[in-house]
Design a protein around this ligand. Structure first.
Ligand SMILES: Cc1cc2nc3c(=O)[nH]c(=O)nc-3n(C[C@H](O)[C@H](O)[C@H](O)COP(=O)(O)O)c2cc1C
Length: 214
């Protein structure tokens, strides 16, 4: 948990299929309501990742965002503060200064190049399971990232990729009765890249825990 962080620059080296299988075999132990195990994973490697990266980057130029799962309507108070803090930490690391709209847009576009990751997993869940299916898949995403980290493999969950729902359904033939939730791009970290040179903060446990014990 302490070592994992979101990687935003990957080395091109492919991960051995046996290691990816190991990550999936670990992540499937994630608990889910009624043990429904609602996660569907569409996973790319090699030239298939490069084809997807190119197609997604092209799609983004012409299509409006249209995620299956509506994005948060707003971030207020502490949530807005934290959102800004992680955004600024990234911009500072890569040298984008306040007001540099072109620079921040360029960083945003890196999402659609999958941060040059050699692999991408698209996570979707049956729509009929609603928010609980998405919740179970959230657990799966974390388990996937931790299992990868344990093998020295870096990850980044990406809601940005899920912005282009209709395209992803078409591209991967993901059934219409599934909600596309996010992607996880993964591979070995380009550890020297400035985008990987910062870490995010966390609130103290007492800030989010309401003890009821007397
Ligand atoms: C569901 C989910 C979606 C995310 N989407 C994006 C994204 O689209 N682009 C991005 O750069 N980071 C994305 N992140 C990474 C978060 O920004 C990151 O987890 C958070 O800032 C905490 O930093 P850490 O993962 O390095 O600990 C996402 C994370 C999660 C869990």
């Amino acid at each position: 948990m302490a070592e994992r962080h979101s990687c935003r620059a990957f080395a091109p080296t492919q991960i051995a299929k046996s290691e990816i299988e190991q990550i999936l075999a670990t992540a499937r132990r994630t608990p889910s309501w009624c043990n429904a195990q609602p996660w569907r994973v569409d996973l790319t490697s090699g030239v298939a990742t490069d084809r997807f990266r190119a197609a997604l980057s092209e799609e983004v130029q012409g299509a409006a965002p249209n995620p299956d799962l509506p994005f948060p309507s707003s971030y207020s108070g502490v949530y807005q503060d934290r959102r800004r803090a992680c955004g600024w930490a990234l911009y500072e690391a890569v040298g984008v200064i306040k007001g540099d709209r072109a620079g921040s847009a360029r960083e945003m576009m890196r999402n659609f190049a999958l941060f040059d990751a050699p692999h991408c997993a698209i996570i979707s869940s049956p729509a009929e399971l609603g928010a609980y299916g998405a919740m179970d898949c959230g657990g799966f995403v974390t388990a996937f990232c931790l299992a990868a980290q344990a093998l020295g493999i870096a990850t980044i969950p990406q809601a940005a990729v899920a912005s282009y729902g209709p395209f992803l359904h078409r591209y991967f033939d993901i059934p219409q009765d599934h909600l596309i939730l996010c992607a996880i791009s993964f591979g070995y970290s380009d550890t020297k890249h400035p985008a990987n040179g910062f870490r995010t903060e966390r609130a103290e446990p007492d800030e989010f825990t309401h003890w009821h014990d007397d």
